[in-house]
Design a protein around this ligand. Sequence first.
Ligand code: SAH
Length: 232
Amino acid sequence: MKPTNLEMLTTFCLRYGLLLDDDMQAKLSSFCDMVLDANTRFNLTAITDEDAFAVKHFADSLSGASEIPVGADVCDIGTGAGFPSVPLAIARRDITVTAVDSTAKKTDFVRGCAGMLGITNIDCVAGRAEELTRFRGRFDAVTARAVASLPILLELAAPLLKIGGIFVAYKSDESELYQSKSALKTLNMQYLRTKTLQLPNGDQRAVLTFKKTDETPKKYPRPYATIKKRPL
Ligand code: SAH
């Protein structure tokens, strides 16, 4: 990764209180190379140039770091090529991340990268978030970026959280909040706050944080077809 992109990224992160040391910068840089290289063989991301990658994948993924509690056990739903899971695991050595995706090819890729880069605080699981019954009630925090609408995401995330755990949704604005009222109530989730920010390229982003206030009723999550057909 070009020094100018690393500089842009470290300046961006510092503004939000996140210090990227040399080791973190080196790992981010190598991970960028790995994704862009693999992307020429199989489709991982629509972003194919390094400048856009630094902003839209790295700065964006790291914009949620401030919402994740110290030492948290985190689950990233629909991690794809590793966003936000990999940048978060690199920049926050205090947390552990379980990166989940329904496509094994993607989790295999992320696992391979983590192995090569020596990132030890990330685990990769191939599976659908709504079918991870073994993880029910386990996590301090759940993240998701570009996976589904907020009411759907809340149904996937809430069951995985401990009571008191938080869900961090990466969105471009708060608009979906207004269609999530009934999902929040049904799932015993509470909206806490929105961090709005501008990425270095001027794009607006919104990181929405929710808290699980009580047990998720047993009937949730429903099968994905039902969730999609009848969102809460
Ligand atoms: N979070 C990544 C990828 C977004 S694309 C990023 O921001 O770049 C959405 C990803 O979510 C896809 O890789 C898809 O396989 C995965 N996905 C969609 N629904 C899912 C579900 N119910 N459980 C797990 N993964 C899911």
